[in-house]
Design a protein around this ligand. Sequence first.
Ligand SMILES: CC(C)(COP(=O)(O)OP(=O)(O)OC[C@H]1O[C@@H](n2cnc3c(N)ncnc32)[C@H](O)[C@@H]1OP(=O)(O)O)[C@@H](O)C(=O)NCCC(=O)NCCS
Length: 123
Amino acid sequence: MVWDIPFVLRLMKQKSVKQWSRSRQFLDLKQHIEDIVSKKFIIMHKGRKAGMIRLYQGEVSIAVSEDSRQRGVAISALKQLCSKEQSLWASVNKENRVSQRLFMRAGFLFDYDTAEDIIYKWK
Ligand SMILES: CC(C)(COP(=O)(O)OP(=O)(O)OC[C@H]1O[C@@H](n2cnc3c(N)ncnc32)[C@H](O)[C@@H]1OP(=O)(O)O)[C@@H](O)C(=O)NCCC(=O)NCCS
């Protein structure tokens, strides 16, 4: 469905999302309006907005609303994305174990790590 900036900004304010936010992944209102280069998707689950995916230069950022978690929403969205894109990568904080498990379960492979992050690639 069409990109819904108010929904995405509300999602970004959730504590557990904010915790792992980085400026290049999660944008403010002005940046959202000006951002015409990334691909953005609202993830729907049972007819409700459940999360979002942003794709910028192959990098996937994903967040699912706290009230829609652990129902397979993220993994199903990632698998759909992987079936459409040539190559993808993700940068996950070393302490963000949930997200690490998510990307591994979706078929991403360890590529390399930095002091703070693990870089996963798909294909
Ligand atoms: C990471 C996140 C997107 C997962 O969303 P979700 O819809 O709850 O995930 P799913 O239900 O699709 O779970 C997929 C896999 O992720 C892992 N996972 C999800 N929630 C988990 C939890 N609470 N504990 C451990 N593993 C978990 C599991 O491996 C799970 O598969 P499995 O249950 O078959 O083992 C969500 O927790 C989130 O938005 N977190 C905050 C933002 C963030 O960290 N984004 C990633 C930065 S790129």
